[in-house]
Design a protein around this ligand. Structure first.
Ligand code: 2M8
Length: 412
């Protein structure tokens, strides 16, 4: 029997360990900056024992918001050469040094949860955040929708699922000429076999250089960027977050004009990601119109967005019958499945949370199983960045903020 008190204490210790004062890094060394969705998860973790610190986390994240409304995926509060690419490569154009792309919009999901946990004490804090979240969501609608209303990624790092097989074909179309010499830092912190390949990294850096070359101007970049993929991660998460933003806005008496219409657009966009051949939600290359043909953990975010689908549920049952430690990021029956390589197979506590809480909200029977798997992974293998879904082996970085947060807020 696991010692839950000891695990709770360790999770809190990890959040403090990674706290840099006002913001939390994902883990020391490997990721020494404030990452967008990691930070929102950190707020969820802090909210379990320190409400003020939870709000501070979200407030600091929003200090990086650009004039366009975009909230960057990395905020470089203090330069640290243990991570590449840094602010000199990115050349973000916001109020503080940052990257030039965003990440899945989970912040409003947690703002609502934390507010509802303590409405009186939270009211002023969330009132100040709400217009900023609204502006960010509006920017997604302006710059990241495709014709069907799905949300697109413009860089593999934007979805947070860096090397998932969904990006293989669109990345192959890029010739990373002129990317030049660079030194990766990630592979000096963790086993390169658990990280993206050089093929991937060349294209990641080429895309960063492309954005920087036009000063991250949304219109200019949209016209020249060859990488644009309608993605279930971004679409389902924004749809869920937009519903939460609306509910929060109504509770607070904010101006919610336009949000309901945008939800209808996102619902249509989400349904447009249903691949009739795969019989599941899938990513679609906006440039070629081709489906990725991948059942991934992002396919299973539909329930969180309020969209039920029996055939996607059948895929979830099939996939979960093959694993013991959470939802695999890629289909274990696919030849491209790699159980330890990052987003090509491993199970991630944050995805498990988003999937499991979505299933629970829609009363689906698989909800408990997803949580039980996540609990077992952490109980047996600690607060790793991610886990081999077959064996539970911890992989990537250790003492990881979002795994600790998910433990405190949901899995324990
Ligand atoms: C991973 O991504 C970063 C780039 O953003 C990297 O590998 O350098 C992803 O797992 C992403 O989802 C996550 O937010 C980030 C920090 O944990 O690491």
């Amino acid at each position: 029997m696991a010692d839950y008190d000891a695990l709770d204490a360790e999770a809190r210790r990890i959040l403090h360990l990674n706290d840099r004062g006002g913001y939390t890094v994902p883990t020391d060394g490997l990721y020494p900056y404030q990452w967008n969705w990691d930070s929102a998860f950190a707020a969820f973790g802090f909210a379990q024992f320190d409400l003020d610190r939870a709000w501070v986390e979200l407030e600091t994240l929003m200090t990086g918001q650009w004039a366009s409304g975009m909230v960057p995926h990395i905020l470089f509060h203090q330069v640290d050469d243990r991570y590449f690419p840094g602010p000199d490569v990115w050349q973000g154009v916001g109020p503080i040094p940052s990257s030039g792309i965003t990440q899945p919009a989970v912040a409003a999901i947690f703002a609502r949860l934390i507010y509802e946990q303590a409405p009186e004490e939270s009211r002023d804090r969330v009132m100040a955040l709400w217009p900023k979240l609204r502006a960010w969501h509006r920017w997604f609608m302006d710059w990241r929708t495709d014709d069907a209303g799905a949300i697109c990624v413009t860089h593999p790092w934007e979805a947070g699922r860096d090397n998932t097989p969904e990006w293989d074909a669109p990345l192959k179309r890029i010739d990373p000429q002129g990317v030049g010499e660079y030194t990766r830092r990630d592979t000096s912190h963790v086993d390169p076999a658990m990280r993206p390949t050089k093929f991937d990294y060349d294209r990641y850096i080429w895309l960063v250089n492309l954005g920087a070359s036009v000063g991250w101007d949304d219109a200019k970049l949209k016209a020249i960027n060859p990488f644009r993929v309608a993605d279930p991660t971004m679409t389902f998460i924004l749809l869920r977050a937009h519903r939460d933003l609306l509910a929060l806005g109504e509770a607070l008496g904010c101006d919610t004009a336009g949000i309901a219409d945008e939800i209808a657009v996102l619902e249509a966009g989400a349904r447009s990601l249903w691949n009739p051949e795969l019989r599941c939600f899938d990513a679609r290359d906006v440039v070629t119109g081709d489906w990725a043909g991948c059942v991934s953990s992002a396919s299973f975010l539909c329930w969180g967005a309020g969209i039920d689908d029996a055939e996607t549920a059948a895929h979830l049952d099939r996939v979960m019958a093959k694993v013991q430690y959470g939802v695999p990021s890629h289909d274990p029956e696919s030849p491209r499945f790699e159980p330890k390589r990052y987003w090509r197979g491993p199970s991630w506590a944050i995805m498990n949370y988003l999937i499991g809480s979505g299933l629970a909200a829609m009363g689906k029977p698989q909800a408990d199983m997803v949580r039980d798997h996540t609990r077992a992974a952490i109980e047996h293998h600690g607060f790793a960045e991610y886990f081999d879904p077959l064996t539970g082996d911890p992989a990537g970085g250790s003492t990881f903020t979002w795994t600790a947060a998910v433990w405190l807020g949901w899995a324990s």
